[in-house]
Each structure stands twice: as C-alpha cells, then as structure tokens.
Design a protein around this ligand. Sequence first.
Ligand SMILES: [Zn+2]
Ligand SMILES: [Zn+2]
Length: 93
Amino acid sequence: MSTVETASIPSTRCQVHPTRTGTGVCVSCGAVVCSACTTRIRGVNHCPSCVASLSRAAAEGDRGEVRRIALAAALFFVIALEVYVTLYTLLLW
Ligand SMILES: [Zn+2]
Ligand SMILES: [Zn+2]
C-alpha cells in the first residue's frame, strides 16, 4: 500500500507570485493574493483573474442590454404586423 502524498500548497503565498506572502483573499474564488495583486472593488478584495472576468462580465452585460432592446423592437414589429394583418383580414370580410 502506497500512500499518495498530497502536495502541500502554501496557502499563505500569493497565487500569482509564489515568492510573495499573500496579504488578502479574493472574495470571488478564494485565491490568496499579495498586496500588489489585490484589487479592491467596493471594499472587497479581488484577484487579477476575477477582476478580468468582472470587467468582461460588465462588457457582456452591456451587449446583453442592446440585444434585449433589439429583441423588444423585433417583438413589437411582429405584434404590429399581427395587428395589421388581423385588421386587414377584418376589413376584407
Ligand atoms: Zn479571484
Ligand atoms: Zn501577487
């Protein structure tokens, strides 16, 4: 029987800089980061990768808003067309 040794990862080290001591923990992913890597957003710490994904999510949120407006416009057009066709049919009768 051989026991698999689990490599003990020093959790007090910065995830980005293994030589630096971690001073904060990312609230999003729990990664330990040093003071240079910590970005404070609304008073809470974030690691560099989470800051990148946050800004990406914000950009995609803007795109989603545009898509929702376009969808609403398309829906309005379909309803208007439906009403027009219905009225036209009624007039023909
Ligand atoms: Zn993170
Ligand atoms: Zn660091």
